[in-house]
Design a binder for this molecule. Structure first.
Ligand SMILES: Cc1cc2nc3c(=O)[nH]c(=O)nc-3n(C[C@H](O)[C@H](O)[C@H](O)COP(=O)(O)O)c2cc1C
Length: 250
């Protein structure tokens, strides 16, 4: 367990405190990939194109003014079209280009140094056209990869969220993992702070996009770390859950 002093060092650390550190990028080590490799191309699912979504017509003032954390869901299925829009709003790729031999992606969310160190996993409980299971969003392809089925997925997901029962009535639960090296490659020990700042931007876009579609979201930091990592089958060393959000019909 880290002492408060160490945690406050983490909050205070800045680019100035990195002056004596040579980062892996400066050492010209290879850039880590923009997204996790697809494990099984046969399990890819095309998502509806986000620009085809019929605009529900709410304006930004209304969306921001109405946003709340919503925990009462009807446990009904949400449309795949809506899920596609939520994924695009939280990690969608708008442009990929080359800078000095390195690949940069620009997405619908900002990210320190455009490192985009987060991956999006879904625990799908009720989504039209999708089986229950664990999926990963592939932002470069705008596709979903089905990863694995889980017995009693609603219960296991609630369990991973420290028994917060409302999660079991949601339609889909977003789990954001960090791949720290994607950010450490450039920012060394400052990466952890930046990763968490990035996660806040991502979840805020989910809140606002869901509000536009009259869906409810609740950000979740009260979760069981090991159970969440196990549910997604991530190792907790090179990739770990950093934030969760439930999404459901109101
Ligand atoms: C980082 C973060 C973690 C949160 N974790 C939880 C959680 O585990 N469970 C929960 O019910 N709400 C959680 N919330 C929602 C807050 O309780 C909520 O944002 C706060 O009470 C203000 O309400 P509002 O979002 O409706 O304005 C979290 C919010 C944030 C930003």
């Amino acid at each position: 367990m880290k002492s408060y002093e160490e945690q406050r060092f983490f909050l205070n650390c800045d680019l100035g405190s990195m002056q004596n550190v040579q980062t892996d990028q400066q050492k010209k080590l290879p850039q880590p990939p923009l997204e996790k490799p697809i494990a099984n191309p046969d399990n890819l699912i095309d998502l509806p194109v986000p620009e085809d979504l019929v605009n529900p017509g709410k304006d930004l003032y209304e969306i921001i003014n109405q946003r709340r954390s919503r925990r009462k869901y009807t446990a009904e299925a949400i449309d795949l079209e809506h899920l596609s829009f939520l994924l695009w709003c939280t990690q969608g790729v708008k442009k990929v280009f080359d800078r000095g031999g390195n690949k940069i992606s620009l997405r619908t969310v900002p990210s320190a140094g455009a490192r985009h160190p987060l991956e999006t996993y879904l625990s799908v409980l009720h989504v039209e056209g999708l089986e229950q299971g664990i999926y990963r969003y592939c932002p470069l392809e705008h596709q979903l990869e089905f990863l694995h089925a889980v017995d009693e997925l609603p219960n296991k997901t609630v369990d991973a969220c420290l028994e917060q029962e409302f999660v079991g009535d949601s339609s889909v639960i977003f789990f954001w993992t960090a791949i720290p090296y994607r950010c450490e490659w450039r920012y060394a020990f400052m990466a952890a702070k930046l990763i968490l700042l990035d996660a806040g931007h991502v979840c805020q876009n989910l809140y606002l996009a869901a509000e536009a579609l009259c869906l409810g979201v609740c950000g979740i930091a009260a979760y069981a770390q090991e159970k969440s990592n196990e549910l997604l089958k991530v190792d907790g060393e090179d990739e770990m859950v950093v934030y969760i959000a439930s999404v459901g019909k109101l």
